[in-house]
Design a protein around this ligand. Structure first.
Ligand SMILES: Nc1ncnc2c1ncn2[C@@H]1O[C@H](COP(=O)(O)OP(=O)(O)O)[C@@H](O)[C@H]1O
Ligand code: SF4
Ligand SMILES: [Mg+2]
Length: 321
């Protein structure tokens, strides 16, 4: 059973042109579909601007797609969504972002930050119950109880991210959307926070949508991986399909880039094209070392390499025997 299914999502942002110019459409996400199995982690990887956060916002209900559907089990979020399903999503699907304190009052203490969603949802809840829940949550994320009186400015980056995780857990969610949750942290701290997320997933039976520009982070955490480029999935599969049997030239480039010490490093050359004017044919052809004539004209269809493994390329790389 899947915790989350995303079906054929598109999101286009209309941008105003000049005075006499027609508004342009920025296609941030094009025909994206994915499935996150219950208790699993779907890792979404891609360079900056590839549409990861746009997809995250649509899944969280913070943005509406131009086309397509998001399902959580039997609850469908599309053209028509019931109010009870909306309320369910506000509780059951929570986010941890790269900089969770950007939008929070620096004068609030950790206790109020963690409890705020619960206070809003259950206004009549008694003080003792709140304090008990707070202590349990801080212990769960590995912070001493005294931290509840501290302010965000008194915490390290890793401690702040633990607070953000506690806040995301306070309403007992089923799914966490983790958008670049460790990107702002030192590498040594990244591993601690990722291991905490793994432990919490096991203890609480959570399902994760994990977003990172870093394939190493995604490969460490995920049961399933999708590779985005200019809003389109280039490749998708189980962790093993992507890490051990990558078929798309872009995935190969990401793997090479995530191993800086490897002797035979193929760096992805060139700039990411503007999503306002994506290349014709295969959108990756301007940077693809394997591009041939058909790639410049015809968009490759998505093909299935196995029941779990899908690739969008005319000339997928076949695994070594
Ligand atoms: N509200 C918006 N209005 C216009 N363009 C947007 C908006 N949000 C995102 N975009 C554009 O959509 C593309 C994808 O952005 P985003 O989803 O933030 O990518 P990522 O998270 O992978 O870095 C980018 O080109 C970005 O500029
Ligand atoms: S379709 Fe062509 S340009 Fe695109 S990834 Fe495959 S080989 Fe490269
Ligand atoms: Mg982003």
């Amino acid at each position: 059973m899947n915790a989350l299914e995303v079906s054929d999502i598109q999101r286009a942002f209309p941008l105003r042109g000049g005075l006499f110019a027609r508004p342009k459409l920025l296609r941030a996400v094009e025909h994206a579909s994915l499935a996150l199995p219950r208790g699993g982690t779907f890792g979404l990887v891609g360079e900056s601007g590839s549409g990861k956060s746009t997809l995250a916002k649509i899944i969280l209900g913070a943005d509406e797609p131009t086309h397509g559907e998001v399902r959580f089990g039997t609850r469908v979020f599309g053209k028509r969504t019931s109010d009870s399903d909306r309320r369910w999503r506000q509780r059951a699907v929570q986010a941890v972002l790269q900089d969770p304190f950007g939008s929070l009052d620096p004068q609030m203490n950790v206790g109020d930050i963690v409890l705020e969603p619960l206070r809003i949802q259950q206004s009549g809840i008694v003080k003792e119950a709140l304090q008990k829940r707070l202590d349990a949550l801080l212990a769960q994320v590995g912070l001493p109880a005294e931290f509840k009186r501290r302010r965000p400015g008194e915490l390290s980056g890793g401690q702040r991210q633990r607070v953000a995780i506690a806040r995301a857990l306070v309403l007992e969610p089923e799914i966490l959307v983790l958008d670049e949750p460790v990107s702002a942290l030192d590498v040594s701290i990244q591993a601690q926070v990722l291991n905490l997320l793994k432990d919490l997933q096991d203890a609480l039976g959570l399902s994760y949508l994990l977003i990172s520009h870093d394939l190493a982070v995604v490969a460490f955490m995920s049961s399933h991986i999708g590779v985005l480029y200019l809003g389109r999935f280039m490749e998708q599969g189980t962790r093993e399909d992507i890490v051990e049997r990558a078929a798309h030239p872009y995935t190969h480039a990401l793997i090479a880039a995530s191993e800086p010490d490897a002797p035979d490093v193929r760096v992805i050359g060139g700039e990411i094209p503007s999503p306002l004017a994506p290349p014709a044919g295969c959108v990756f052809h301007t940077r693809c070392p394997a591009a041939r004539d058909p790639c410049r004209v015809d968009a490759p269809p998505e093909r299935h390499l196995s029941a779990t493994h899908r690739v969008t390329c005319h000339f997928p790389i076949t695994p070594k025997a």
